[in-house]
Design a binder for this molecule. Structure first.
Ligand code: AKG
Ligand code: FE2
Length: 210
């Protein structure tokens, strides 16, 4: 299985606008404010089994309709974290960990992100790389990419797209209208929908469950 998929323009501008409207229509207490982003937590949480709301599930249906078997049929996504980043905000390098099956599908809304990957087991910069996630794209990270790398988003108001100046290379050339010759691309407000499958148990070793 490949460890990553990237699908530009997975949703239309109208769909993006609609999703953003839904994200901002939720009651205020649904937002959790962290120091460098805000988030909403949907779906299964601990013992609480809550189905994902319809407005969040249609992108998952589209994944299926396109024949992209990203989540195994027996373990469909049952959790979605909605992250909101203002320009200048980001997320420290981290792993999502064993609470989830090793697969994340991310829809980017509103603005782009540059996702930086760092191998877990090294103290040098070798093996680091970055991916440009355009608004409306779907990015899937799974298996070895999920397990062997940390991922993060730098806290910056603009991203350098020129590989000559970047600390870690952008693996795919940024798409139109982002032109690498312009050098830097300003960030706007970005909302990401990150779909995952919560593993069966976060406390008990698997053997005890059999
Ligand atoms: O916003 C993103 O694309 C990344 C979010 C993330 O890494 C997370 O929620 O664990
Ligand atoms: Fe993450």
């Amino acid at each position: 299985m490949p460890a990553a998929y990237y699908i530009p323009e997975f949703i239309t501008e109208q769909e993006e606008e609609q999703l953003l409207k839904q994200v901002y229509a939720v009651p205020k207490p649904k937002w959790v404010t962290l120091s460098n982003r805000r988030l909403q937590n949907w779906g299964k949480r601990g013992m609480l089994v809550e189905p994902l709301p319809d407005w969040l599930t249609w992108p998952l249906k589209r994944i299926e309709e396109r024949g992209l078997s990203i989540f195994p049929a027996t373990t469909p996504a049952n959790h979605c974290l909605v992250n909101e980043y203002a320009a200048g905000q980001g997320i420290m390098p981290h792993e999502d960990g064993p609470m989830y099956l090793p697969c994340v599908a991310t829809l980017s809304l509103g603005s782009h992100a540059v996702l930086d990957f760092t191998p877990r087991e090294t103290t040098t910069n070798t093996g680091c790389f970055s991916l440009f996630l355009a608004p409306r794209s779907l990015f899937v990270q799974r298996d070895q990419l999920y397990e062997l790398y940390l991922h993060g988003i730098a806290e910056t108001t603009a991203d350098d797209l020129s590989n000559e100046r970047r600390a870690s290379p952008l693996l795919l050339p940024p798409p139109e209208p982002y032109d690498s010759r312009q050098g830097r691309v300003e960030r706007g407000m970005r909302v990401s929908l990150t779909y995952r499958r919560v593993a069966r148990s976060i406390n008990k070793p698997k053997l005890l469950l059999r």
